[in-house]
Design a protein around this ligand. Sequence first.
Ligand SMILES: [Zn+2]
Length: 369
Amino acid sequence: MAGKSKPKIFLIKDKKTKVQQLEFDRLSVSLRHLPESLSRITITCPFCRTVFGPDWFKKHELSMAPVKPKFERKGVEYTGPKRWILPQAPQKCPKCGANVMIDLPVNKMRTKGSLFGDDAERNYQNKKVSIYSLIGTDQSLLPEFENKIKGVKQKLFPSIPPNSWKIHMKDMWAGCSRKKHPVYKNLSFDDVISFVNELLVLIKKSNLFIYNIASTTVQKNTGNRKVQNELRNEIYILLVLNAIDEWTTKNAQPNIFFDSEKNSQANVIIHGWARDTFKGSQYSLLYGFLSKGIEIPEPIFVPPASSPGLEVADFVSFAIARYYLRMWQGKEIKINPKDMGLVTYLGYDDNGDLVCRRQEGYPWDQFVY
Ligand SMILES: [Zn+2]
């Protein structure tokens, strides 16, 4: 330790301001699934020797997210890289009630990257599937990936600047919407098929991180708005946290952008439910283990298809939502998720447990549908 300066110890005031208290009271932890890798972790109480599992989903008084210093010096906002990281969190022994500290994993951030997200839904008879996808890559590979997407777009319409139109698969695929579209109207179905195949090849070759979650519901549950919103919040945060866990394991910080669906003049559109779901999750011990001391910027919602990555996320969500529909209908699969290469698929089995599979091709037989 000689030569190294002693770490400074800061005491965090546990008294929240009125505004902080209001936010804290509003937030809740909407997590109930534990990754298998964490299910083996136990704590031994030093006082009564009881061995117990941490309470992963309990809402703690303190957020597990790193804290940025507010000021550089008086009146000057701090913009540097320093963060305060929570090294330990308390867990109550179920037998003697003592507070036992558990160490949180701390990984160093060595790189950054971007992940782009989009959603999709399909209905069939009395069933509905809700899909979220995230696709992304390290920041060093992003410009090349974006250029390749532009190249594929340019090939479809050589005389139109690729930035002036967007990939929106729902409009491109269905003949009736294609005919009405200002750009797609002269495309034949064969043109669309060859465009889709080029995109699939590009996605597979680019070795992207691709995450997808699907959840199916039956009609009697979809009528209830509250149940629907809870389900949306759950699959959203499960997908986001799954990506965060993998990226922080690789010492990377993901910057997450979702398609806002709504057009807006603003560059960032606030979705209150997404913000609250993300912030709420940060009060759980699970968040501390998944984020590993790496600061994760809150996922932001940006104007539709405002970057090439979002256009690819639209394609991935479309492809998997359509896969569900075609499987339900017993019809031929024209866009096979297998052709996208390795994807992390999340879904539920018939016990309602979350299943995670990283593979080529959709794990249809392992999820409930
Ligand atoms: Zn004890």
